[in-house]
Design a protein. Structure first.
Length: 208
């Protein structure tokens, strides 16, 4: 399960000015370097290496190649779509990968897996699915600055939750592992309170 703890360089001040001019600006109020979120930074660093041919220590080169091929087929399918249809295809394809807890797969309470690791394991938890969706869209040609991993709390269950968010024409769309339906950011049906959003280069902290 994703944990809400995160590292920031100094205490957050409620008096700081909104700095992120997108739909997230309703609540986000400070940018930090994405590397300050170590699990996210480690996951995307491993992801880049693995998608470019490095095999995880837990699998052989042949196994890793087969998983990369499976991931590439997902990317090819998504890349053949356009605009909103890319988001729908990505969400459904990755949501079809079973939910499996980090404890079940890796024997630890919180591990942020790459798409290669998740597909090899045959499942993953919420942040693993979200990371995979972001990776698919990035590989399919969506600009990295339009992609976010958003971590927060499910307001119904009270549990930590992570999901992928992608922006198109000034609208932020949510690719959520809890449903195949695509919602827009801020929709009441999300039942979600954000804590932080992590992009590939920057991260944004939200008002509490």
């Amino acid at each position: 399960m994703v944990q809400l703890a995160y590292a920031v360089p100094r205490p957050v001040s409620a008096t700081e000015t909104l700095v992120y001019p997108t739909p997230f600006a309703r609540t986000a109020f400070r940018t930090v370097d994405a590397a300050l979120f170590p699990k996210w930074h480690a996951a995307i660093t491993r992801m880049d290496l693995q998608l470019n041919g490095t095999s995880p220590a837990s699998m052989s080169a042949d196994q890793a190649a087969k998983v990369r091929d499976a991931f590439s087929r997902i990317v090819e399918h998504v890349a053949a779509q356009s605009g909103f249809d890319m988001f729908v295809a990505t969400n459904k394809l990755i949501n079809a990968v079973p939910y499996r807890s980090d404890q079940e797969v890796y024997g630890v309470s919180d591990y942020w897996a790459t798409p290669v690791e998740m597909l090899a394991a045959g499942g993953g938890d919420c942040e693993d699915h979200a990371i995979a969706k972001l990776a698919v869209l990035k590989q399919a040609g969506v600009s990295a600055d339009k992609l976010r991993l958003v971590v927060g709390t499910d307001t119904i269950t009270g549990k930590a939750h992570a999901m992928a968010v992608v922006e198109l024409d000034g609208i932020a769309y949510v690719l959520d592992g809890r449903t195949d339906e695509i919602a827009t950011w801020g929709s009441a049906e999300l039942h979600f309170k954000p804590l932080y959003a992590a992009g590939f280069y920057k991260a944004w902290i939200y008002r509490s």
